[in-house]
Design a protein around this ligand. Sequence first.
Ligand code: FAD
Ligand code: UDP
Length: 369
Amino acid sequence: MYDYLIVGAGFAGSVLAERLATIANKKVLLIDKRNHIAGNAYDHYDQAGILVHKYGPHIFHTNSREVFSYLSKFTEWRNYQHRVLASLDGQLVPMPINLTTINLLYGLNLSSSELTAFFESKAEKKKDINTSEDVVVSVVGRELYEKFFKGYTKKQWDMDPSELNASVTARVPTRTNKDDRYFTDSYQSMPLYGYTKMFEKMLDHPNIHIMLNTDYKDVIGEVNYKKLIFTGPIDEYFDYQFGRLPYRSIEFKFETLDQDNFQPTGTVNYPNDYGFTRITEFKHLSGQQHKKTSIVYEFPKAEGDPYYPIPKPDNTLLYEKYQKLAAKLEHTYFVGRLATYKYYNMDQVVAQALSTFKKIQSEESTNAV
Ligand code: FAD
Ligand code: UDP
C-alpha cells in the first residue's frame, strides 16, 4: 500500500515525491510513461559524449530564494547567463531588443535616453494591453514588432500574436540599456552535472519507488494508494470529456558537428527565415570542453508530445471547466505545467509543487486533530 501515487517524474512529480518521502515519511510510487525521470528537463550524453537536453534547451533562472535553496540540496551549480542573438536582415543582433540591437540594426549611435525617445516616436498608444501584439507594438512600434515577433510567433504557435494572451510575448522584455542577457533573475545557473543527475539525487530515498515505461492508465486499477498526484495533461485525465485542450509541440533535430564551435551564443533565434525557430548549442550552456559540438533545431508543430499550453482566452475557459471537475475530487492533486495548463518555467513548477506540499501537510494535520 502506497500513501501516494504520483503520475509524472518531471519537476512537479519529483519535488512532491521528495518532500512527501523525506519530510512527511510517506511511501510514494512515482510512475512515468517515458523511459527516464526528469520530465522535459531530462538531459543525457549523446553519442559523441556531449551533454544535450532531449526536449530542447532548459536554462534555469529564478527570483525565488526558496526555490533556489531547495534545489541546491540536490546539485551544485555552474553560473550561466543565457544570451540570445536574432538572425535578422543578414546580421546577428542581441535579443531582447536593447540599445546595441537598435544601433546595429539601423547603423545608429543612440544613447539610452535617445533610444527612449526613439521607441516613444514609434510606439502605438493602446488604451488596453490584451494581446501579444499589443504588448510589443505599444512599446517599440510596428516595424520592430514585425521584424522580431510576428514571424517567430507565427512559427512557434501557428497563430498571429493578436490571438495570444499578452503574457506570451511579455516574457521577452525591451531594454534601453546594453544589458544583453536573456534573463535578469537574481539566480541564473545550470546544474553542474546536469538536470538528470539532480533528479537522481532528489529521488534517491527508500520511501520512493519509481516505475518507468508505465502509463498510469495501465496500472491504476492494480495499485493500492491513498492519494493521487497527477502531473500529466488534465484533459487526458478526464478523458477529454469537454474536448481537447490544445498544446503546441516541437520536433527537435539534433546534430553533432566536427568542429569546436558553431555559433557565438547559446541560442540564435530565426524570427523570419527557415521552418525552425531557434538553434541552441549545448556547450555554451554546460561549459563542457569537447572538440566536437552538438546543436538542436526546434521545429514547432501541432501534433506530438504536449509541450506548450496555448495561452488564449477560449483555452483558459476550457481549462477552467476541467479545473472545476478537478476541484471536486477528493485526495487528488493536479500540479505542473500540463495538469494546471500554465505556461510555467521550471522554477514556477517547483514553487507550485512546494506550495502544494505545504497544503497537503496542513490538510493532514487538520485531519489528524
Ligand atoms: P513535465 O516535465 O512535462 O513532466 C510531466 C511528466 O508526466 C512527463 O515526464 C510525462 O511523461 C509524464 N506523463 C504524462 N502523462 C502520463 C501518463 N498518462 N502516465 C505516466 N506518465 C505521464 N523552463 C525553464 O525554466 N527554462 C527553460 O529554458 C525552459 N525551456 C523549455 C524549452 C522547451 C522546448 C520546453 C517544452 C519547455 C521549457 N521549459 C523551460 C519549461 C519546463 O520544461 C517546464 O516548466 C517543466 O519541465 C515542467 O515540469 P512538469 O513536471 O510540470 O512537467
Ligand atoms: N518571441 C518572439 N521572438 C523571439 C523570441 C520570442 O516572437 O525572438 C515570442 C514568441 O511568441 C515566443 C514568446 O515570445 O513563443 C516567448 O519566448 P521565450 O523565449 O520565452 O519562449 P520559450 O523559451 O518558452 O520557448
